[in-house]
Structures are given as structure tokens and as C-alpha cells.
Design a protein around this ligand. Structure first.
Ligand code: GH3
Ligand code: MG
Ligand code: MG
Length: 439
């Protein structure tokens, strides 16, 4: 059975005798999730469309071109023009298709094969997703002919595409800082050639959709425009159907690219972050530390590091369960995150061990911050008033990242041996004597 995956189409209106759509109605009922309406005469179409938000209109071609035209014009007039229309034909009707298409009927199927019918429904639904996506895209239109700009403006607005800026000279578009998703660029312009503008936009924005518009139909011109990096070419005078079809196809590529970008970012995040706490993982913390050590040495700026470890966490787990332990880990993470500045970097170094990298921070100030975090954890009431404490060691950069981690780790070890719930820091006095500051 054909699997139907729908996210936009719910309310379907058939226009024609109910009997002639028997097979289609049965298929949609079987697929579930559709509300089906049938208008046997054109008079009740208005009534149904006014009281229900119709997502798809299926038309019986037997009604004939003239009555379909009458209906479409009427609906364009009362603003239902954006509802996609699917024409049910007895045979391929190759000659008539073009006329219907120009009228605004974009989809066709030959009756008798329910597989193709359902495939068509899926395709229309997918197109609707792209059309929705297009509504959120930003578009720049460049044309020196104001009448042409008005025509494009009309077409876009009629199709609910509103984030559009119009430019009538190339220099103003070249000057603008805003990055658009789609550029519609006329070829023949005063002063700067449209092709130069396209080249420049392609250079600036690798993934933008660039469409050349011109009355020139010469194949060599079209080939050149495409070869300099335009995604497509549309000839004037613009035909709304063709224009929109090209906008949809090209924006679809952009949407897929954007989707891929998001997926790539998610994968990159996954590689550097810890799944439970969303803090940076061990490996990434080392990378960040290396960079910060380099920067700190180059500019002679201080760099400190705090290593924190939850006290008796094994007992917490053993007494209240692993799930509760996880909750403690996430809460302690957020307490740490909330206590530091944006420029500080927090990572989960191991099981219940955290590292905070503090650029531009002296050891003493790091110790003060460590203590603030220690107090916040100590004072926090976990569920059932359970209390948890942490210990920590503070290191300041003298020689290398390894030294910084080693010192912080040693001092953490001290803090544990000195009774836990402590932050330790070793200050080096001016006379070279070392002393421990414990809190
Ligand atoms: P100390 O005060 O000396 O630090 O003692 P401790 O019990 O905190 O330290 P120990 O290293 O003996 O035990 C750490 C425990 O942390 C053991 C381990 O099962 C637990 N742990 C590590 N990762 C996780 C985790 O992701 N979730 C939970 N719930 N527990 C974890
Ligand atoms: Mg511990
Ligand atoms: Mg530990």
C-alpha cells in the first residue's frame, strides 16, 4: 500500500459528482486524518470554502474548461487563489493541460490509478511545506523598471511573501549590508551591469539563491548568466505560474541547505558537549584550555582554572539512586553556569568533576568565585531537603596548561583530605614563600 505522509493537507474539497470520486474518497478515508467535503454544484463551493479552511481543491475535468475557468477566476477574486488545485482527468489531455495550468491549476492526475493519486497528494503536501518556507524567506528584487518592480511586488504579495525589499538601482543593493535568501536581479541596468551584481552577490553569499530576470531569450545569455553563478533564469514578461514555480524549486534547495547546516551544527555540538549536563566535554575543555594558555601568554594576561568535585557522590548515588545522582549533576552544572561570566568556560571533566577556565582572572579572584559556587551548592535544597557539597582546587597559570590542571588537581586532593566542602588555593608570596589559603 502507498504510504501517505501529510503535514499540511487536512480539509479536502472535491468539486464534481460524488460518484465520480468514489475511489479517491475511499483512499483518503483509508489513509485517515482527512476531512472530506464534496460540492456537487459550484454554488455550494463558496458556502463550504467560507465556513471551512480548505487546503486542497480537487476538480473534475469533465466540468469543462469554461466552468473551471469561471470557478478559478471567482476564487481568485475572493482570495482563495492560494488553495492548490488538482485536476482529475479521464486521459492525459495534453493539449488542454497548458490552458488549465495558465489558469492556475498546477496539479493533474489521470483517474483510475489510486497510487498516482496518492503520490500526487504527497507531492502537493510537500510543495506546501516549501511554499510555507518561502513565506519566511527574505528577498531582494533589483530592477530599474518601476513597472516591473510593481508587477513582482504584486505577485509576491498575492502569494503571502512579504519580506521583500525593492531596489531600482544596482548601487543601492551593492551598498546594503543585509544578507537576503533570494536575489532577483534584472540583467539590463543602468551604470552597473546585472551580471556584475550577480557575480558580486555570489562572491559574498555562497548559498544565496540568485535568479536572473530579463527579456533576453538568447540561449548564450542564459548560459552565461547560469555560468557566473545564478541558480536560475526567468524571462520577461513574467508568467506568475512559471515565476512562482521557479521560486519554489530554488528556495527548496536553499531550505535543504539550511536544514543541513542545522544538522551539521547539531553534530558539531554533540561532538564537544556532554549529553547529561550540556557542558563542554573533557576533550573539548583541553582544546579550549590550550587556546587560552596561548592567548594568556601572548598578551601577558592572567589565567586561572578551578577544578570542582562533588563530595561523597558515591554515597549520594548509593543512598538515593543513580537517577537522583544525575539530577544532582545537572543542578550543580547549572549552579556553576549561573555563577560565572559569559567569557568563562565550564566543562564536565569527568564523572562528577567540573572544570572552569577563567581568562583574565587572578588566582585569588578565582578562589573567591569557587567559594561562591561552593556556598551556593551547599545552600541548595535538593528534593526531600537532601544536601550536597563540593570541593575544589584553584590553579593559576605560570608555565603551561598541564601545570594549571596539575596544581588545581593537587589542591582539590588537599581539600578532600582537609575535610571536604572546601576550596583550596596556593598563593605565592612576594618573598617566594608559599602558603595555602583554605576556605
Ligand atoms: P569524594 O568525596 O572523595 O569525591 O568521593 P566520591 O564518592 O564523590 O568519589 P568517587 O570517585 O569514589 O565516586 C564518584 C562516583 O560518581 C562514582 C560514580 O558512579 C559516580 N558517577 C560518575 N558519573 C556519574 C553519572 O553520570 N551519573 C551518576 N549518577 N553518577 C555518576
Ligand atoms: Mg567526588
Ligand atoms: Mg571524583
Amino acid at each position: 500500500m502507498y504510504e501517505i505522509k501529510i503535514s499540511n493537507i487536512r480539509n479536502v474539497l472535491f468539486w464534481g459528482p460524488k460518484d465520480s470520486f468514489k475511489a479517491e474518497i475511499t483512499e483518503l478515508e483509508l489513509a485517515g486524518n482527512f476531512n472530506i467535503f464534496v460540492a456537487e454544484t459550484s454554488e455550494i463551493i463558496d458556502e463550504i470554502m467560507n465556513s471551512n479552511l480548505i487546503h486542497l481543491l480537487i476538480i473534475e475535468a469533465e466540468k469543462g474548461y469554461q466552468s473551471v475557468e469561471k470557478l478559478v477566476r471567482h476564487h481568485q477574486h475572493i482570495n482563495h487563489a492560494t488553495v492548490p488545485m488538482l485536476l482529475a482527468m479521464k486521459n492525459e489531455m495534453v493539449d488542454e493541460r497548458c490552458d488549465f495550468f495558465n489558469l492556475g491549476v498546477s496539479y493533474f492526475y489521470v483517474k483510475g490509478n489510486t497510487y498516482y493519486f496518492l503520490e500526487m497528494i504527497n507531492r502537493i503536501d510537500r510543495d506546501m511545506t516549501f511554499k510555507e518556507g518561502l513565506k519566511n524567506m527574505s528577498i531582494a528584487v533589483l530592477d530599474d523598471d518601476r513597472l516591473q518592480l510593481a508587477i513582482v511586488k504584486d505577485m509576491l504579495h498575492r502569494n503571502q511573501i512579504h519580506d521583500v525589499d525593492f531596489y531600482n538601482d544596482p548601487k543601492s543593493l551593492l551598498k546594503v549590508k543585509r544578507r537576503y535568501d533570494i536575489y532577483l536581479i534584472d540583467l539590463i541596468l543602468p551604470e552597473v551591469d546585472g551580471e556584475i551584481v550577480m557575480l558580486e552577490m555570489r562572491k559574498r553569499y555562497e548559498n544565496a539563491v540568485i535568479i536572473g530576470i530579463s527579456s533576453i531569450e538568447k540561449k548564450s545569455t542564459i548560459a552565461r548568466v547560469l555560468s557566473i553563478g545564478a541558480n536560475d533564469y526567468i524571462t520577461k514578461p513574467l508568467n506568475e505560474q512559471v515565476f512562482l514555480a521557479k521560486m519554489y524549486t530554488n528556495s527548496r534547495v536553499l531550505m535543504l541547505l539550511k536544514e543541513n547546516e542545522i544538522k551539521k551544527k547539531m553534530l558539531q555540538e554533540l561532538a564537544i558537549k556532554d549529553g547529561l549536563t550540556n557542558l563542554y566535554n573533557h576533550k573539548h575543555i583541553h582544546e579550549i584550555l590550550d587556546n587560552n594558555v596561548k592567548l594568556s601568554k601572548r598578551y601577558g594576561r592572567p589565567l586561572s582554572l578551578i577544578m570542582l568535585d562533588i563530595d561523597d557522590f558515591k554515597i549520594v548515588n548509593d543512598t538515593y539512586g543513580h537517577q537522583f545522582g544525575d539530577l544532582v549533576l545537572t543542578k550543580v552544572s547549572s549552579i556553576i553556569k549561573d555563577s560565572v561570566r559569559n567569557s568563562d568556560i565550564v566543562g564536565r571533566y569527568g564523572g562528577e568533576e567540573f572544570i572552569i577556565i577563567l581568562p583574565e582572572t587572578e588566582g585569588f579572584d578565582a578562589m573567591v568565585l569557587g567559594n561562591r559556587i561552593r556556598t551556593a551548592v551547599m545552600e541548595h535544597d535538593f528534593p526531600n531537603q537532601i544536601k550536597v557539597t563540593i570541593s575544589g582546587g584553584v590553579g593559576q597559570l605560570f608555565t603551561s596548561g598541564e601545570q594549571l590542571i596539575y596544581d588545581a588537581d593537587q589542591l582539590l586532593y588537599h581539600a578532600k583530605h582537609n575535610g571536604k566542602n572546601k576550596i583550596e588555593y596556593r598563593s605565592i608570596k612576594q618573598n617566594g614563600m608559599e602558603s595555602y589559603l583554605t576556605s
